[in-house]
Design a binder for this molecule. Structure first.
Ligand SMILES: [Zn+2]
Length: 75
């Protein structure tokens, strides 16, 4: 939901990070990547939080649950 252009102007246009749902390091051999099912666009903050703990990479759903909890508590 984060729009880099809204915050950073022209410099942020078309900027997004791409997350591999299956970590590349878990793939033993070369496989074809399907962008629709294997990749997800994330803002840089959310991407960093998903990878914050090396041994516990969150799913997007887990990250959403965390942020919802935080926003609910801040209100
Ligand atoms: Zn990632």
């Amino acid at each position: 939901g984060f729009n880099f252009e809204e915050v950073y102007g022209e410099r942020g246009r078309d900027f997004i990070e791409i997350h591999h749902i299956k970590p590349l390091s878990s793939l033993k051999e070369a496989v074809a990547i399907n962008p629709k099912t294997d990749l997800v666009p994330l803002c840089a903050n959310c991407h960093r939080m998903i990878h914050r703990r090396k041994n516990e990479v969150l799913t997007v759903e887990q990250l959403k649950a965390l942020t919802k909890k935080l926003y609910t508590e801040l209100r």
